[in-house]
Design a protein around this ligand. Structure first.
Ligand code: NAP
Length: 235
C-alpha cells in the first residue's frame, strides 16, 4: 500500500488530493493547523502543525522522521498575502516564507531517506500561476511560488539518482477558501471572462494531475512545472 503525506489536507485542493489518493487505496497522512472536528474517512492519520511557527515545524519534521517512510509527498499547504510592497511587514514576509517555501523544503528533506530506503518516491509541490506570471500586490506570493518552482528543479536533479521524481503543479484560479478570501465576487466574474475555458478549476481537476504525477504511470517526468489554468497564462 502506497504511503502518502499531504500537507494542508483539511480543505480545498489538499482535501481533493487526499480523497483521490484514498479512493486509489493509499494510506493517507494529512496535516492541518487543527485536525477537522468532523471525522474524514479519506485521512488515515492526522498530524497537527502550524508551519508558520518554528517550534511546530521543527517538531513536525522530527515526527515525520520517526514515522515509517513515505512513497509520496504532496507539499500543498499555503497561504496568500496580497499587499502593496510598501505595506508588507517583515512579519508578513517571514510568515508566508515559512508556510509556502521553507516548510516544503524541510519536509522534503525529512522524507528523502525513507523514500530512498523504499526504492524511490515522488514529491509534488503545489506552486501557482503566480510563479509564472504576476500582477501588482502579488510580490510576496509570486516570490514564494517562483521559489518553489526553482526548488522543484533543484531537488529533481539531486534526487534523480535515487529514483525520486520531483515536480510542481501550478493551479490557476480554483474555487477554494483561499480564492474566496482573496477575491471579491466582482473580481471573480471579471477574471472568469479572461480564462479561455470560461470557468474556475474544480479542485478535482488539480487533484487528477497530481495523482497522475505520483502514479506508477509517471516514470520519466521530473523537474517540471505543470500549469493547470484553463489556458489563462497562454493569452
Ligand atoms: P485553502 O483552501 O486555504 O487551504 C489551505 C490549506 O493549508 C489548509 O489545509 C490549511 O490548514 C493549510 N494551512 C494554512 N496555513 C497553514 C499553516 N500556518 N500551517 C500549516 N498548514 C496551513 O487553500 P487552497 O486554495 O486549497 O490552496 C492549496 C495550495 O494551492 C496552496 O499552496 C495555494 O497557494 C495553491 N494554489 C491555490 C490556488 C487557488 O486558486 N485556490 C491557485 C494556485 C495555487 P487549516 O485548515 O488548518 O488552516
Amino acid at each position: 500500500m502506497k504511503r502518502v503525506l499531504i500537507t494542508g489536507a483539511s480543505r480545498g485542493i489538499g482535501e481533493g488530493i487526499a480523497k483521490r489518493f484514498s479512493a486509489e487505496g493509499a494510506y493517507v497522512v494529512g496535516t492541518a493547523t487543527k485536525k477537522p472536528e468532523l471525522e474524514q474517512g479519506f485521512i488515515n492519520q492526522w498530524i497537527e502543525a502550524d508551519f508558520s511557527c518554528n517550534q511546530s515545524l521543527e517538531y513536525y519534521c522530527n515526527c515525520l522522521s520517526g514515522l515509517e517512510g513515505f512513497d509520496i509527498c504532496i507539499n500543498n499547504a499555503g497561504i496568500n498575502i496580497i499587499k502593496p510592497l510598501e505595506d508588507v511587514s517583515s512579519k508578513d514576509y517571514f510568515r508566508i516564507q515559512k508556510i509556502n517555501l521553507e516548510s516544503p523544503y524541510l519536509i522534503s528533506r525529512a522524507l528523502v531517506s525513507g523514500m530512498k530506503s523504499r526504492g524511490g518516491g515522488k514529491i509534488i509541490n503545489i506552486a501557482s500561476i503566480w510563479g509564472c506570471i504576476t500582477k501588482k500586490h502579488r510580490s510576496l506570493y509570486s516570490t514564494m511560488k517562483t521559489g518553489i518552482v526553482g526548488m522543484t528543479r533543484a531537488l529533481a536533479v539531486e534526487l534523480a539518482p535515487s529514483n525520486i521524481l520531483v515536480n510542481a503543479v501550478s493551479p490557476g484560479f480554483t474555487m477554494t477558501d483561499l480564492t474566496k478570501n482573496s477575491l471579491s465576487i466582482e473580481q471573480i466574474n471579471l477574471l472568469t471572462k479572461d480564462i479561455p475555458l470560461g470557468r474556475f478549476a474544480e479542485v478535482d481537476e488539480i487533484a487528477s494531475i497530481v495523482t497522475f504525477l505520483a502514479s506508477e504511470q509517471n516514470t520519466y517526468l521530473t523537474g517540471q512545472n505543470i500549469v493547470v489554468d484553463g489556458g489563462f497564462t497562454t493569452i
